[in-house]
Design a binder for this molecule. Structure first.
Ligand code: UDP
Ligand code: MG
Length: 312
């Protein structure tokens, strides 16, 4: 049996979202039914341990349009999105969070822009509900930092919620880098892009799966994937402190010759040694971040391992 051509693939990465799944399915199908076009819902289970896996299978059994991709373990949000790109069959692919923070109703607005000819339609968070000030603050700083130091102009305040044309996703699928920042990758490829503002809702149920540590990881991946700036900082700093040292030689010599006591004592030496030692260790650490990633790439392991996935 040949499958009917599918217009929309909605992809949701899922990590322990048991209480959101029925509602996600209900809202997505309600919205998509109103569009009178063909669609599928790709649910990527990223190693859930709370029964989400069974729930996904149940939904898939009841409705052929639900396509379950079940990972062998937790690989992380970004990798789950990648698997979604790999398994989606639609002419337009929409990434959405499973917790209903990205309202499915917005999909139709994204689709409207797609029909006007845009190939990437990203949703911009004009407002965020039900998130702590800390989350909002770190998110705001993060987006602006990335924007200022990377070579790609990643849209401000846009998350992974976006619609992409099949040809964009086909390009992204050839980019198999391990430490990935999907929203940066989708900005990097070019094409005709546009943003649509929306109000980010509060989580429907459950708690965030992004503790501070994971956010920091994501930020580091974003920076190292798209910028050499941290590596260059060490160079700039090296030049600056070397210049300072060279300038200091005649100054100190002059003070000594004139009998000034200004640079006497070990404290000055100790402070400068500790300071430069610290700077060197930080530089080594930055190098390490890049080298570790290089090593991961060199190993060439698969990005993810599926336990169950739809055939074809
Ligand atoms: N998620 C995932 N794997 C993870 C962490 C999160 O697939 O390791 C999914 C999660 O189920 C949700 C989406 O990624 O659908 C966004 O996560 P979350 O809502 O916790 O992030 P936040 O909105 O708080 O930034
Ligand atoms: Mg969320």
């Amino acid at each position: 049996m040949k499958a009917m051509a599918i217009t929309y693939s909605i992809v949701a990465p899922i990590y322990n979202e048991i209480d959101n799944l029925s509602e996600l399915y209900r809202r997505v199908s309600e919205v998509m039914e109103s569009s009178s076009e063909t669609w599928e819902l790709v649910l990527v289970d990223d190693g859930s341990t709370d029964g989400s896996t069974e729930k996904i299978r149940e939904l898939a059994e009841a409705d052929q349009r639900v396509r379950p991709v079940i990972f062998a373990r937790n690989f992380g949000h970004q990798i789950a999105i990648t698997a979604g790109w790999d398994y989606a069959r639609g002419a337009a692919i929409i990434i959405i969070d499973a917790d209903l923070q990205d309202p499915p109703e917005v999909i139709l607005e994204l689709a409207k822009k797609w029909k006007e000819g845009y190939e990437v339609v990203y949703a911009v968070r004009a407002e965020r509900e039900g998130e702590s000030w800390f989350k909002k603050f770190t998110a705001a700083v993060f987006y602006r930092l990335i924007y200022s130091i990377t070579d790609v102009k990643i849209p401000l305040d846009a998350g992974d919620f976006r619609l992409m044309d099949r040809k964009v996703v086909d390009v992204l699928r050839t980019m198999r880098e391990r430490h990935r920042f999907p929203r940066g990758m989708s900005a990097w490829v070019g094409f005709k892009q546009i943003g649509v503002e929306y109000k980010r809702a509060a989580r429907y149920a459950g708690e965030t799966k992004y503790p501070f540590k994971k956010m920091l990881r994501l930020a580091l991946n974003a920076i190292t994937s798209f910028s050499y700036f941290p590596l260059q900082v060490a160079t700039y700093f090296g030049f600056a402190s070397a210049s300072l040292a060279i300038l200091a030689i005649p100054v100190v010599a002059f003070l000594r010759l004139t009998g000034s006591q200004f640079f006497e004592g070990q404290a000055t030496t100790l402070i400068s040694v500790l300071f430069l030692g610290g700077v060197q260790l930080i530089s080594l650490g930055i190098l390490g971040e890049y080298i570790g990633r290089l090593y991961d790439e060199a190993k060439g392991r698969p990005l993810y391992i599926v336990r169950e996935a739809p055939e074809e």
